[in-house]
Design a protein around this ligand. Sequence first.
Ligand code: SF4
Length: 211
Amino acid sequence: MASRELMDEVMRRLKRRYRAQMRTSLDHTNPWELLVATMLSAQSQDAQVNKVTARLFKAYRTPKEFARLRPGQLYPYIGVLGLYRGKARNIVATARMLEGRYGGEVPRAMDDLVKLPGVGRKTANVVLGNAFHVYAGIAIDTHCITVANRLGIARTRDPVKIEERLMKLVDRKEYANVSHLFIALGRDVCTARVKRCEGCVLRDICPSSSR
Ligand code: SF4
């Protein structure tokens, strides 16, 4: 099956199977909360991040409130997460930059977002796609890397190359969905450690299927 044809079929099946998961699992009520939650999610489980942000956003809400903090004031809230010191530093620095340059608002452009401390393309894509419905690119996490390689769509672990490849194979309006659906498949049956192909809706079209 040609790559575009394969990707069309993959998307069709994954949408049918994981429709309820075509959204970020990070709880948020506005773009700033999603930006913070996504920054906190690096090397942490989304469920754990949601527990942290439930308390954190009760204490501090806006970029203005975060901008006034010292990073150490976030430790009691986010200290259970990996890399929390760096995350606290970046969140406070980002809040200050939003206050100083963007009128306290999360910018809606990739070029602006990736200038924020600790914000890379993946985080920017999550925020743009989910908070603003701006589809500039595709958020690639470890699940996406695993799934793209097993499907033979990519042969690299470089997230930028995988993003470029996927952007050629799906329509722009599907950019956020590709990420959500690959993550859903990766969490369900196609994990990095083990693949449970017998329960996978792609088993008859996947070149890595063990069935
Ligand atoms: S068939 Fe197996 S290797 Fe292929 S996507 Fe499904 S679980 Fe992963």
